[in-house]
Design a protein around this ligand. Structure first.
Ligand code: GAL
Length: 683
């Protein structure tokens, strides 16, 4: 198998990380001393220090105090723990926000926020950049070379944007750099529409404000790109300072799933490894399998953003959050299941927000390893300890990889383009949900999947699924054509190939070479009312479709399924076209899960894409594999609220925790999990 060597998070990593955010600056010395012992008990081997610690590090302007941090870095290192040291730029001290109010964010209505909260500064502010550079340099000077420091955690959950003067000027400069001339920009933005032609750069303002411009799609999309780029350049500024002191110390920042404010693939190119914060039950319930599938998708996304390298689950809650609509506790088994899920999908550790529950302020009731009761026999503490002990037994997996032959294309710029051009009147496009619907089908049959974007290398895949590829950018149409021509299978859907990267519609419809690859031309697009549906007929089976039905003109494709009703009954609903040595499928409507499952089954079988294990198992069970040069690890994870009987037909498996040989029949309790290992030489 062609695969790079193992990719641990940092060169000396020999253990899966287990630990998380710790703010000793909030606590007296005796609690900090107790914490060190409790951490030993809970098998904690890594800490994130310094997130939001600016006022402790620089209590007044230009006056620095590192003694408390020295003490904790030294003492934790002596205990054998690794430290990911954060730069504190996600929240500014009160002295700074009040002395320099120009650093604070201006909201879309033009009102400046007051000092307070967090992530409340303008990335475009020169004063903020200068202040951030000072504290980052001080940290880098002092701690680069500290034996406990294994990576830098830059800031915290970068996000948002500022609508103030400095940001507006920076946006105009960004546009000038991109378009070079107003004429070019006007052409790309189609500004003759409603007399919008710009004749001076100073006429351009951030769009989207309640009182502001909303009608120029090119402008709106560029603003989203600019806001994401602002975050990336601020991060790069911090990273460059850190790297100038120690180029070999890895840097990361904690990302937030599919958060729309920053292009995850683009920012990841500036990181040595990707990390993210997982709080899955904001939208769902931990007792529902679907929430676990969504989390799996996000893990796969983060692994893929790092080109398949190990990532880090930087934060998850040990019990509940304080901002979920309902503060549900994790049920027995769920904590270990959540941690092992992350590792199964490529994380080289499990870290928490937070070690110790703060006594006051906004997050005082957020879950933590050590609660206000300070008890090490509390259920949450015991769960954490149990997972830590298990992770210790999986150290051989550090840097291991996930083998995939299938990719789903999820692209932040496509998301922004869809939001910009189609969502001004309704939320029906549901881009991310559509991506998830394909992911779910493959998840159910235990096929490992990478998530790629329009810039990714596609050559290692057999099957690429690119739903709703509304905007074509970065030559993706050429690259998909080469992928298919070289023998790959492409699946795409309705709402694909509509606009170029400045949101201008393609005149003449879907452009070449995608048109020839697909062998069809979409002609009309029928949107269904919410209470309406149509059917499609495929091999004498009937499936339901909702929301979108496209009428397509067939040029050279084979029609596999047709619409059942309406004036386009009998017209193509699913086509397949041969192109070079490969094939491309076009799905013309939004279909039920049964349809997607059926199509995925067919393609996986045809392209000989093998599931993670030979096994039979009920719905809700997932089997994932991760490889090292010498072993394959099998994670058997039951996301269902009921016990599951699994028949695992892989020989030579050994229980990773007990060392016992595995039996073929396994029973997992509700939310149960097992891990097996198998030497590669035995397969
Ligand atoms: C994260 C954040 C942490 C903490 C946590 C609470 O998004 O990075 O600092 O606020 O949420 O769930």
């Amino acid at each position: 198998m062609k695969y790079p060597q193992q990719t641990p998070l940092f060169p000396s990593q020999t253990r899966l990380l287990h630990g998380g955010d710790y703010n000793p600056e909030q606590w007296p010395a005796e609690i900090v001393a107790q914490d060190a012992d409790l951490m030993d008990q809970a098998c904690v081997n890594s800490l994130t220090l310094g997130v939001f610690s600016w006022c402790a590090l620089e209590p007044s302007e230009g006056v620095f105090d590192f003694e408390w941090l020295d003490r904790i870095m030294d003492s934790q290192y002596e205990r054998g723990r690794h430290v990911g040291l954060a730069t504190p730029t996600a929240a500014v001290p009160a002295w700074m926000g009040t002395k320099y109010p120009e650093i604070l964010r201006v909201n879309p209505d033009g009102l400046r926020n007051r000092q307070g909260n967090r992530v409340n500064t303008s990335y475009a502010s020169k004063v903020f950049q200068e202040k951030a550079a000072i504290i980052v340099s001080k940290l880098a000077e002092r701690y680069t070379g500290h034996p406990g420091l294994v990576f830098w955690h830059i800031s915290n959950e970068y996000g948002g944007c500022c609508y103030g003067q400095e940001s507006t000027i920076a946006f105009r400069e960004w546009l000038q750099d991109k378009y070079k001339s107003l004429e070019n920009m006007n052409r790309c933005w189609w500004t003759e529409f409603w007399s919008h032609r710009y004749t001076e750069w100073d006429q351009i303002f951030p769009p989207g404000a309640p009182l502001g411009e909303t009608s120029i799609h090119g402008l709106t999309l560029d603003w989203k790109r600019f806001c994401s780029d602002q975050i990336i350049s601020f991060l790069a500024m911090e990273r460059d300072i850190l790297k100038s002191h120690g180029p070999d110390i890895p840097v990361t920042t904690n990302l937030m799933g599919t958060y729309a404010g920053v292009d995850g693939f683009k920012i990841s190119k500036h990181l040595d490894f990707v990390s993210w914060d997982s709080y899955p039950w904001f939208h769902g319930k931990p007792s529902e399998v679907d929430g676990w599938i969504r989390t799996a998708f996000h893990h796969d996304l983060n692994r893929s953003m790092g080109d398949g390298r190990s990532f880090l689950l930087m934060e998850c809650t040990p019990s509940s959050s304080n901002w979920y609509p309902t503060m549900k506790l994790k049920r027995p088994g769920q904590h270990t299941l959540e941690g092992l899920q992350a590792v199964a999908h490529g994380s080289d550790g499990v870290q928490y927000f937070q070690w110790r529950q703060s006594a006051g302020s906004l997050e005082q009731f957020h879950g933590a390893v050590v609660g206000h009761n300070n008890r090490s026999d509390a259920r949450v503490f015991c769960d954490v300890k149990e997972l830590g002990a298990k992770l210790n037994q999986l150290d051989g997996l550090v840097g291991g990889w996930v083998h995939t032959k299938v990719a789903i294309l999820f692209d932040w710029e496509v998301l922004w383009a869809i939001q910009t051009c189609l969502e001004y009147r309704s939320k029906t496009p549901q881009y991310t949900e559509t991506i998830l619907s394909f992911y779910r089908s493959l998840f159910d049959i235990n096929i490992a999947v990478d998530i790629v974007d329009s810039t990714s290398d596609l050559s290692k895949y057999k099957l690429v699924i690119a739903p709703m590829l509304f905007m074509l950018r970065n030559g993706i149409e050429q690259r998909l054509a080469s992928f298919v021509s070289n023998g790959g299978c492409l699946v795409t859907t309705y709402l694909s190939g509509w606009v170029d990267d400045s949101t201008k519609a393609y005149l003449g419809g879907i452009p070449e070479p995608l048109r020839s690859v697909l062998g069809i031309v979409p002609e009309e697009w029928d949107e269904l009312y919410q209470d309406e549906s149509n059917t499609i007929i495929w091999d004498e089976r009937q499936f339901t479709c909702t929301t979108y039905c496209e009428r397509v003109l067939n040029v050279s494709a084979t029609v596999l399924a047709t619409f059942g009703n309406d004036f386009y009954a009998g017209e193509p609903a699913l086509t397949i076209n041969h192109y070079g040595s490969g094939k491309a499928c076009y799905i013309a409507s939004r279909n039920d899960a049964d349809f997607t499952n059926t199509l995925m089954h067919h393609l996986v079988a045809e392209y000989d894409i093998v599931p993670n294990a030979k096994a039979s198992y009920p719905t809700g069970v997932s089997i994932r594999t991760r490889n090292t040069p010498t072993e394959t690890y099998f994670f058997v994870l039951n996301y269902a609220n009921t016990a599951a009987e699994i028949s695992l037909e892989e020989p030579y498996l050994q229980d990773a925790f007990t060392g016992e040989p595995a039996t073929v029949q396994i029973t997992l309790e509700a939310f149960g999990s097992r891990v097996f290992r198998k030497p590669l030489s035995s397969s």
